[in-house]
Write a protein that binds this ligand. Structure first.
Ligand code: ADP
Length: 461
């Protein structure tokens, strides 16, 4: 089971910040503690050394008696129980001392005496509740000066420790509360986005997340989220339209097939009526199958499931074949279909079947929308690293507002409602062009008709 204490990012942040405050203040405390302890020792030692220098001078100038007076005066000024002074002969015997009545418990023999120079000792005496710091210095004539002082450092440090404990507790409490507020503020945007995700999950795609002033990362996340929300709403809308169109487009042929069957059954039909009904059913079924295939093909291309095998394809050759295939249809309607630029081969790296579908759809539209007696011109030409295919007709043209939308699924301009079709052809053409890393453009006006221009990258030699 996951630890409840660390279950939210907000709590984790709060705990991390509090821990950080704790570690930082503990580190600062240790630093200051070591510094203070060192300085206190230094101060005591400096003071004791200064006394030794002073007494050495007094002894030289005023002799032992002068030194005795100086010992007494200095001890009285600092406190006889706080400080002591001793002068010893070279053998370590006491000659002159300050008042040692408060220092009876101190075992003088435990203080080591240096052969030369000075020595510092720190003595812990069980009878006293504080240690003693002693400096013993051997003078030039081998006599010994010794001075010791109560070491109050531990008391100062103890009070520092107490103060720090209180401060540490306060830092942790205030720091913890502060960290919680900061963490909550930082996570506020995330909570809002989580709520929005919940709303989307419940089906509400309308309400965007307000970007607010929550910091760059959260604002970017909110903006991305809004874009995603818009896209989902768009896709759902598109899906609804597609479903409506599919339902509509399928209902019509099925209704027609049913109508034909019904009429044939209810009438006293002869063989030729049955034949006509069979032809109608076959034609309608073919139309339906072709439409379903196109829908599946588009869905597969969109989902990236169609792996189009790419190979060198001579566009000039397949354009020539396609144009030839359409000749009977155009002749029937007295349309002049001309082709230019297919005398020389022009190769692209592409999918043969895909490119044939592309040509068929564009030619189909041109033939469909060009009135009888009209003209269609197919042109193929190289243009730097592209092969440019243009299929131009002198049909009714496409209105400016429709030009943007004719490549959308099921989009059919109003003017073409009377002409058969399902609005999927150009979507498929565009998907194929994109698979070939090419572009498609339409140029059109009501006087000169429409011209579809496809640019495909040429095969690298
Ligand atoms: P369909 O031809 O089945 O309607 P398409 O996707 O092939 O579907 O074409 C979409 C729309 O683009 C057509 O309904 C028509 O309005 C317009 N269109 C396509 N080609 C032409 C053309 N050559 N001339 C005029 N309009 C065209």
């Amino acid at each position: 089971m996951r630890n409840q204490l660390f279950s939210t990012v907000c709590r984790r942040l709060t705990l991390s910040y509090t821990l950080l405050f704790g570690c930082l203040s503990l580190g600062a405390f240790v630093l200051v503690y070591v510094h203070i302890a060192h300085n206190l020792n230094k101060q005591t030692d400096d003071r004791l050394r200064a006394s030794i220098r002073e007494f050495s001078r007094t002894r030289e100038e005023d002799g032992r008696y002068g030194l005795q007076e100086e010992f007494s005066r200095e001890a009285a000024a600092t406190g006889r129980e706080r400080i002591f002074f001793r002068l010893l002969d070279p053998g370590g015997h006491e000659l002159v001392t300050s008042d040692l009545s408060a220092w009876q418990k101190l075992k003088w023999s435990t203080i080591s005496i240096p052969r030369e120079g000075e020595q510092i000792n720190r003595l812990k005496i069980s009878e006293y509740n504080h240690p003693v710091r002693v400096i013993t210095a051997r003078l030039k004539d081998n006599f010994i000066l010794q001075t010791g002082m109560r070491d109050d450092k531990d008391e100062v440090l103890e009070s520092y420790r107490e103060t720090f404990s209180t401060a540490f507790f306060l830092i942790l409490t205030i720091g913890g509360i502060g960290a919680y507020i900061v963490a909550r503020r930082a996570m506020g945007g995330v909570l809002e986005i989580t709520e929005a995700a919940g709303r989307i999950a419940a089906g509400d795609l309308e309400q965007p997340i307000s970007s607010g002033n929550r910091g760059e990362e959260i604002e970017t996340l909110a903006a991305m989220f809004n874009t995603m929300q818009e896209r989902i709403a768009g896709l759902i809308g598109e899906l609804k339209t597609v479903i409506n169109n599919v339902a509509h487009d399928m209902r019509m042929p099925i209704t027609r097939m049913r109508g034909a069957a019904e009429t044939t059954l209810t009438r006293d039909a002869d063989k030729s009526t049955y034949r006509d009904m069979a032809i109608t059913v076959i034609e309608e079924s073919d139309g339906l199958v072709s439409q379903i295939n196109t829908i599946l093909e588009l869905a597969e291309i969109d989902a990236g499931l169609t792996i189009m095998s790419m190979e060198p394809v001579d566009l000039a050759r397949i354009v020539g074949i396609a144009v030839e295939l359409y000749q009977p249809a155009v002749e029937k309607r007295n349309i002049e279909l001309t082709v230019q630029g297919i005398e020389q081969s022009l190769s692209v790296t592409g999918n043969l079947n895909g490119l044939q579908r592309l040509l068929a759809n564009l030619l189909d539209n041109a033939v469909k929308f060009t009135p009888a007696g009209g003209k269609i011109t197919v042109t193929l030409a190289p243009e730097s690293e592209y092969a440019v295919l243009s299929i131009a007709d002198n049909g009714p043209g496409i209105m400016a507002e429709d030009k943007e939308r004719i490549f959308e699924r099921y989009y059919r301009a109003d003017a073409s409602r009377s002409i058969s079709g399902n609005g999927l052809g150009l979507s498929l053409v565009k998907a194929i062009v994109l698979k070939h890393h090419g572009t498609i453009m339409v140029d059109s006006d009501s006087q000169s008709g429409s011209s579809f221009v496809v640019r495909l990258p040429r095969k690298q030699e």
